[in-house]
Design a protein around this ligand. Structure first.
Ligand code: AMP
Ligand code: TRP
Length: 347
């Protein structure tokens, strides 16, 4: 396939309760990618309205997530940071992809089944076609690399299927318009690090999630030192001391989770954490973990609060980002319309 220049795209929903799983599974990698790649990071507010939401709090949630992006180290000078609804090409390309993706593909999406719950008939159609919008987010920029947590793998595969089908179905037109063999790249998921799936502190079988009713199940990015220490103290564990090698974490999901969190926060591997703590009881490991978490997270929480007090700065970052994002997405949409045989007469 024609090589596409490397470009990174990722996004998160502004649905509140940003937690350690979001940070370790995704954001830490986003920050790193800025050193080597052109990066585009989006606050995906159109995704947030696929389930019931409160118009009175959405604006605040969009600003809060933007503040979190900045506080974690995303740099608006280096990267494009914006909210999805200000760049109309996302919704436009999503419509085109609604006509490419097959009903059978969407029927297989496990996240839809989870989010729709028992009464599927009552789910919005937006929730069903959500993965098509996600494909549009990425492909409106012909992005090639997408850093996400493990739970997004299936959606990324669908994005690749959509890109592939578009390229195949319209191959002749794509070539006729001078785009070579492929109009869209097949975006690669980047699921890396020791904590691609951070689990709940109350249940080692469930992932840490924004929507868990128990606040003790997650470390929020805005938790203070006391809350962090208390949540780790209460975290569920087993009675055994820590093993000295990762093999010993099998069948011990809670222990595995806490060791993975420690490794990710310290920027090392589970092996080296267990070299240090092998044989230790949780009464020793948990305070060390809390201390490390506070050291890493407290400055981010403080910076988030500082930025959130300055809504006009946040809004300026998003406005500028939206301008730059539109400038990239517009020609991609125009090209897709040409390939599809739609008529464009407006300058
Ligand atoms: P969401 O909270 O669903 O908007 O997810 C935003 C990003 O965080 C996505 O890239 C997810 O894959 C990632 N993520 C969410 N929860 C977790 C978790 N428990 N562990 C690792 N990554 C996660
Ligand atoms: N679906 C992703 C989530 O729930 C968010 C998302 C929307 C996204 N569009 C994206 C992630 C594009 C990466 C690329 O976390």
């Amino acid at each position: 396939m024609t090589p596409f220049p490397e470009r990174v795209f990722s996004g998160m929903q502004p649905t509140g309760n940003l937690h350690l799983g979001n940070y370790l599974g995704a954001m830490i990698n986003w920050v790193k990618m800025q050193a080597t790649h052109e990066c585009i990071y989006c606050v995906v507010d159109l995704h947030a309205i696929t389930i019931k939401h409160d118009p009175a709090t959405l604006v605040g949630d969009i600003r809060e997530l933007t503040a979190a992006y900045l506080a974690c180290g995303l740099d608006p000078q280096k990267s494009i940071i914006f909210n999805q609804s200000q760049v109309s090409q996302h919704a436009e390309l999503a419509w085109i992809f609604n006509c490419i993706a097959r009903l059978g593909w969407l029927n297989r999406m496990t996240q839809f089944k989870e989010k729709a719950g028992k009464d599927r008939e009552k789910a919005s159609t937006g929730l069903f076609v959500y993965p098509n919008l996600m494909a549009a987010d990425i492909l409106a920029y012909k992005a090639t690399h997408v850093p996400v947590g493990e739970d997004q793998k299936q959606h990324l595969e669908l994005s690749r299927d959509i890109a592939q089908k578009f390229n195949n179905d319209f191959a002749a037109s794509i070539a006729d318009h001078g785009y070579g063999e492929a109009y869209f790249p097949l975006p690669e998921p980047m699921i890396t690090g020791p904590a691609t799936r951070v689990m709940s502190l109350r249940d080692g079988q469930a992932k840490m999630s924004k929507s868990d009713a128990s606040d003790n199940s997650r470390i929020n990015m805005t938790d203070d030192a006391d809350a962090i220490a208390q949540k780790f103290r209460k975290a569920r564990t087993d009675p055994e001391p820590l093993p000295s090698e990762p093999g010993g974490l099998e069948e011990r999901p809670e222990a595995d989770n806490l060791v993975g969190i420690y490794a990710a926060l310290a920027g090392t591997s589970k092996e080296s954490v267990l070299k240090e703590f092998g044989g230790a009881q949780f009464s020793v490991f948990k305070p060390a973990l809390s201390e490390l978490a506070v050291e890493k997270l407290a400055p981010i929480g403080a910076e988030m609060r500082r930025l959130q007090a300055d809504a006009s700065y946040i809004d300026a970052v998003l406005g500028d980002g939206a301008e730059r994002a539109s400038a990239l997405a517009r020609p991609v949409l125009d090209g897709a319309k040409d390939v599809l045989g739609l008529l464009r007469t407006r300058k």
